[in-house]
Design a protein around this ligand. Structure first.
Ligand code: FES
Length: 165
């Protein structure tokens, strides 16, 4: 497959009763990027990659094979997931603090938020109010591709605009 992921649908909802103006959703076309091979993954081990671009900070992301089915998980066991490594609260780095017993990332080194990696990065506890942005994955044979992001990367106004940080 050559095309990237589409994470939203374009539509205009101007005909709803009582609605003033138009409600628009934009089509966002993310790059399709090979980030790992399934056969190389070790259980409960974070693997770093950059996505959606090469920005060393804002594209800092990780992949992990949880060993248990997860929301958005790929592979035969639906247990391979990926997320931004920047805490959604104030950008604390979540690399190296994965807890395999509970399948969570955290506690964040800045204000102690933890995120459930089996439930789309939902906040378990702490200051963050937004889930950890989840990288959408696709499996093609043994190759794992990143194809989109669900949520806004910390510090960005637009995930795909390198100048928006
Ligand atoms: S930056 Fe992670 S909890 Fe504040």
């Amino acid at each position: 497959m050559a095309s990237g992921g589409v994470t939203a649908t374009s539509m205009i909802l101007s005909a709803l009763p009582g609605m003033v103006g138009e409600l628009r959703a934009e089509v966002v076309d993310y790059p399709r990027k090979k980030i790992a091979q399934l056969s190389d993954l070790k259980p409960d081990t974070q693997v770093h990659f950059n996505y959606p671009d090469k920005d060393p900070l804002h594209s800092f992301s990780f992949l992990v094979k949880l060993g248990t089915p997860a929301g958005g998980g790929i592979g035969p066991d639906r247990d391979v997931v990926a997320f931004s490594a920047l805490c959604s609260h104030m950008g604390g780095i979540l690399m190296g603090i994965y807890q395999k017993s509970d399948k969570i990332a955290g506690p964040c080194p800045l204000h102690l938020t933890t995120f459930d990696l089996t439930k789309h990065g939902m906040v378990v506890a702490g200051h963050a109010t937004e889930s950890l942005p989840q990288v959408v994955l696709d499996l093609d044979g043994d190759d794992i591709y990143a194809t989109g992001i669900l949520g806004l990367i910390y510090g960005k106004r637009d995930n795909l605009d390198p100048s928006s940080a």
